[in-house]
Design a protein around this ligand. Structure first.
Ligand SMILES: *Cc1c(COP(=O)(O)O)cnc(C)c1O
Length: 473
């Protein structure tokens, strides 16, 4: 018998005075001494957390060109909307007749997303993009089950985000990878070779993760549909097309959106997201429930969909994120199109200015992001992309996404978003150029970077496998 919670532990915390038999627990996880809680007042606690938050990096502090993640500025009016008392204090079990405002918001958000994607029905339930992928692939799977067709394979381009194969695999599909051609796009001939009657779907991102628009998307959708297969659209890059085109026009059947990327709700650090899934008419009855409907008088939650895959999350999804996204959409209106325009313009500006100093494996006009390669720096000076990313941190800049997509060696994936001024973009260009020069004349400075951050180099494997969450100065 061992006691883990001593009564007289002077911390003010006493969870139990019973002596429990804990022999079933591994002794490595049992505390032997007293809990080391600090004895401090409110002011000390506040100072501690303020100091920690000052060490943090965020979009309000500096440029955040994290490719694929769309770290745009999240306008504060969205926070105001999400903190309205009527939203915040509503219990999720409140009856429909007493929660008309929140249901209306969800309904109108569904309608807005239908219009933006061109699709016919929406579920707001999934809590993130990857969760949307899982939901979408469950819909695809059930669709073929109900049709009585045995389709076991899903085709995924080799430039795809890792969550695509992971989601399809979790649904029990076999993954067939197709390679990209020299333009960084799906190789149609390679696609034709793997297309057969067992293919359920293709999962595509357009523009793809290289930031390049798939010119042959219409031909691909024709091929897939003629084969009786469906097309899944990974909407993580929606910021590149919003208002200009939509997945319906490209021939897609299922789409997820990342509200926390395109629709300006805060993300990063594992915070809540939202990955609504939008589908064409014939997949409407397969969506998870509830969906919100309107009968001309009242808004209500519909639980009866003929082939529904069931719930994918408790209640209605991350409601606070939905409020923020709706607030953003209302605030922007037709200007959503301008966001796309500026995001694409900013990315092309950076690409053109930087391509002299870093390799650009796919030299094509890009959409909202582009992928450089640090191969030249690695080959000539032994400086890897990781080192370049670390050095950028000394200029109050969040490093871009690195080593993704996998088909580019030493990848540096840059997505400026529409939020930045030309002055900020120019500053970033100067920084990257000076790092390229530093590779030649002062490589030690780069290899030992970052020099100005609260935490210097960490052993990333160790940090992932055995995280030490106690902050020490
Ligand atoms: C971010 C991203 C995802 C996954 O979305 P989460 O919301 O992070 O789960 C999928 N595909 C692409 C291309 C992405 O950039």
């Amino acid at each position: 018998m061992k006691t883990i919670f001593e009564k007289e532990n002077n911390t003010g915390i006493c969870l139990t005075d019973e002596k429990e038999d804990l022999s079933f627990l591994d002794s490595a996880f049992l505390r032997s001494g007293k809990v080391g809680l600090p004895n401090v007042g409110e002011l000390e606690v506040l100072r501690h957390y303020k100091e920690l938050s000052d060490k943090n990096f965020c979009i309000e502090k500096g440029f955040y060109p994290l490719g694929s993640c769309t770290m745009k500025y999240n306008p504060k009016v969205n926070e105001l909307a999400a903190s309205l008392e009527g939203f915040v204090n509503l219990h999720p079990h409140t009856a429909d007749e007493n929660s008309q405002g929140s249901l209306k918001l969800m309904y109108l958000l569904q309608e807005a997303l239908k219009r933006i994607t061109g699709m016919d029905a929406v579920t707001l339930q999934p809590a993130a993009g990857a969760h949307g992928e899982l939901t979408g692939m469950m819909v695809v799977k059930k669709y073929f089950e109900v049709k009585g067709e045995k389709r076991t394979k899903v085709i995924i381009p080799d430039s795809a985000h890792g969550t695509n194969p992971a989601s399809a695999h979790m649904c029990g599909f076999e993954i067939i990878s197709v390679k990209s051609n020299e333009k960084g796009q799906v190789d149609i001939e390679a696609l034709k070779e793997v297309l057969d009657s067992e293919v359920a779907a293709i999962m595509m991102t357009n523009p793809n993760t290289l930031g390049i628009f798939e010119e042959n998307v219409l031909e691909i959708s024709k091929l897939m549909h003629e084969n009786g297969s469906l097309l899944y659209y990974d909407g993580a890059n929606f910021n590149a097309i919003m208002g200009y085109t939509n997945p319906k026009l490209m021939g897609f059947d299922v789409v997820h959106l990342n509200l926390h990327k395109t629709f300006a709700t805060p993300h990063g650090g594992g915070g809540p997201g939202a990955g609504p899934v939008c589908v064409v008419e014939k997949l409407k009855e397969y969506l998870p429930t509830p969906v919100v409907k309107f009968d001309g008088e009242k808004y209500f939650k519909e639980y009866n969909l003929e082939h529904s895959i069931g719930h994918v999350r408790s209640f209605y999804g991350n409601f606070g994120v939905l409020v923020r996204a709706y607030s953003y959409i209302l605030m922007m209106g037709e200007n959503l199109k301008n966001a796309t325009e500026d995001a694409v313009l900013n990315a092309n500006y950076l690409k053109e200015k930087l391509k002299k100093y870093y390799d650009l494996p796919y030299d094509e006009p890009c959409m909202h992001e582009f992928v450089l390669s640090g191969e030249r720096q690695k080959h000539n000076f032994g400086i890897s992309t990781l080192n370049i990313a670390k050095r950028l941190m000394d200029s109050n800049t969040h490093p871009p996404t690195v080593y993704f997509p996998l088909i580019v060696h030493e990848a540096i994936m840059i997505e400026p978003t529409e939020s930045e001024t030309k002055a900020k973009l120019d500053e970033f260009i100067d920084t990257l150029i000076s790092i390229a020069k530093e590779c030649e004349d002062d490589s030690e400075k780069i290899l030992s970077a970052p020099h100005t951050t609260p935490v210097k180099r960490v052993d990333e494997t160790l940090a992932a496998r055995h995280p030490d969450l106690c902050f020490k100065n």
